[in-house]
Ligand binder design. Structure first.
Ligand code: URA
Length: 215
């Protein structure tokens, strides 16, 4: 269940279960334990939307009663690319519904002064040109990390790239769609704005800190 939004590149996942869990996560009283569990559940629900157009193939199976042709997905063709470290919070939930997916990691941190993305780690599966990629990061804020990650991934020429986050804001959407207009964005919410420190308002705070209890 996605809601049409003015930017056709953005898929707003408006399902009530997604919105309910997101609200619980935003609450500053949510413990690390609840935050992580909710993110995991939310990620499974968002995986449902982001994989909606995944290719299937026909296979012949035997039910207890007869032979039939049925559809299966080839999970191995999918690569989930986590932007470290907060991306791992989404990764686990998505992997629990597409367990055959491959996983890549990109280590990027935001320079606190310039808010620019600095890469420190990059590890992808082989044969990326045969695979569809979903980049995961809970927060699409300035867009700098997402843009830097996708710049690097495009060198490997994957078949397609999608970006999956929990929360974004108009500034993040504008930056990412300007840099990569071919990359659709899947999100559970588009918040009001970015503050001067690159945080989304009203947002949920620092996603990495809230997932790992490092505040
Ligand atoms: N990263 C976060 O963790 N939170 C924000 O609000 C913005 C970027």
């Amino acid at each position: 269940m996605t809601k049409p939004v003015p930017n056709a590149n953005v898929h707003l996942i408006s399902h009530p279960l997604v919105q309910h869990k997101l609200t619980l996560m935003r609450d500053k009283e949510s413990s690390t334990n609840s935050f992580r569990r909710l993110l995991n559940e939310l990620s499974m629900l968002m995986a449902y939307e982001v994989t909606r157009d995944m290719a299937t193939q026909d296979v012949q199976i035997e039910t207890p009663l007869e032979t039939m042709t049925a559809q299966v997905i080839d999970g191995k063709k999918l690569v989930l690319v986590s932007i470290l470290r907060a991306g791992n919070g989404i990764l686990d939930g998505v992997l629990s519904v597409v367990p055959g997916a491959r996983v890549g990691h990109i280590g990027i941190y935001r320079d606190p002064k310039t808010l620019k993305a600095v890469e420190y780690y990059f590890k992808m599966p082989r044969d990326m040109h045969e695979r569809d990629v979903v980049v995961v990061d809970p927060m699409l804020a300035t867009g700098n990390s997402a843009i830097a990650a996708i710049d690097r991934l495009k060198v490997l020429r994957p078949k397609s790239i999608k970006f999956l986050c929990l929360l974004t804001c108009p500034e993040g959407i504008a930056a990412l769609t300007q840099a990569h207009p071919d990359v659709p964005i899947y999100t559970a919410a588009i918040d009001r704005e970015l503050n001067d420190h690159g945080y989304i308002l009203p947002g949920l705070g620092d996603a990495g800190d809230r997932i790992y209890g490092t505040q």
